[in-house]
Design a protein around this ligand. Sequence first.
Ligand code: GTP
Ligand code: MG
Length: 434
Amino acid sequence: MARQKPHLNLVFIGHVDHGKSTTVGRILYDSGNIPEQEMRKLQDKAKELGKSGFEFAFVMDNLKEERERGVTIDLSHKKFETDKFYITIIDAPGHRDFIKNMITGASQADAGVLVVSGNKGEAEGGLDSKGQTSEHIFLSKTLGVTQLIVAVNKMDMTQYDQARFNEVKVKITERLKSVGYKVDQIQFVPTASYLGDNLVKRSTHMPWYTGPTLLEAINSLKEPEKPTQLPLRLPIQDVYEIKGIGAVPVGRVETGVMKINDKVIITPAREGKGVTGEVKSIEMHHEQLQQAEPGDNVGFSVRGISKVDITRGDVLGHLDNPPTVATEFTAQIVVLNHPSVLTAGYTPVFHVHTAQVACTIAEIVKKINPATGETMQEKPDFIKNGDVAVVKVRPIQPMVIELQKNIPQLARFAIRDSGSTVAAGMCIDLVKKA
Ligand code: GTP
Ligand code: MG
């Protein structure tokens, strides 16, 4: 079988109205992914709703309310194939009311395109203390979007002025640096998305610009790595009992590689201390494997481990580098959707890899400014929707969680309560179970 193109999840982020949906729609159109006739229909629809100019945005904005208001509300996904990648484009909303949708989109993404209007005042508006350019930059970094491209858009409204492009570039660079992005690897592309300048076709209006078009910049992103170099972590999703074989745990390898005959531990397991054994067989889609890699969803058997010992939420690792069981951890969280305020003592369910464990928020350490990462308040009494905070967390029972800086795949979690996601976050420090 021919090797398929690598898959890339690419999220479009940025302040409301800066042109994310238009950029996506236009790049799809200019690359031949939207038939002429369909484009004409969208143009008519936009005119009919008094929203001329939004026709390219309508490619991504499909909801009635989105079209009438001319804003993106929910995420929309579209397939896009380039020479190099098989891309899933995720168009996120910029409006602050829909930030939780943006957060979901960013958490699904490998890379992002930050769209910033170059128009006088608009770039600055996105960067002020309530601006979504700043907030999206912070959240993307927090949620693991490691690679970014910046489109400085609406260049037609600045007379394609090079000085203005440079001015915006300096401002955005500063903000990216402040949250920890490596700015020398980030490409800035001046665009006029509505007109198609520098998306697929090189603009004739900006001879001073010699860098890549947006499409070229996207093609030069790095292929998302399979984290084979990290320690083996395989969260158990389910355990079956199969006649003649015994216990068959199933799950997806998140990091590292598991081979036949490896000495492994599954922890915390029933007794809280973990159970150990040797990998006897590995199977995927009814085929026997010699080894399982990140992304592989496998069933396997381990000599010495029986079904009663282990359950969903336990994690498998190598015996010489076992998964970390925490009795307490420190996390950075974003409150997305809580009906009132969140205070110390609150005990919702944390969803970490395949585990669901009730955890008490023991202490709210500090509140952070999402735009700058600076501390806003030490030990606040409560936090509410939109707040970013550092909290101390105590799981009700032993649970595997890893540090963001060591194994990010097992550091992220969602906090849920009464059927909705209340907050999301990552583990930044922890106390290991003795
Ligand atoms: P939200 O999803 O609601 O945050 O907005 P968005 O960032 O997706 O912006 P959208 O694509 O909906 O565009 C907003 C408005 O900006 C529309 O009227 C577009 O026509 C206009 N626009 C987008 N790109 C350009 C551009 O390059 N030049 C000009 N002049 N207008 C643009
Ligand atoms: Mg939009």
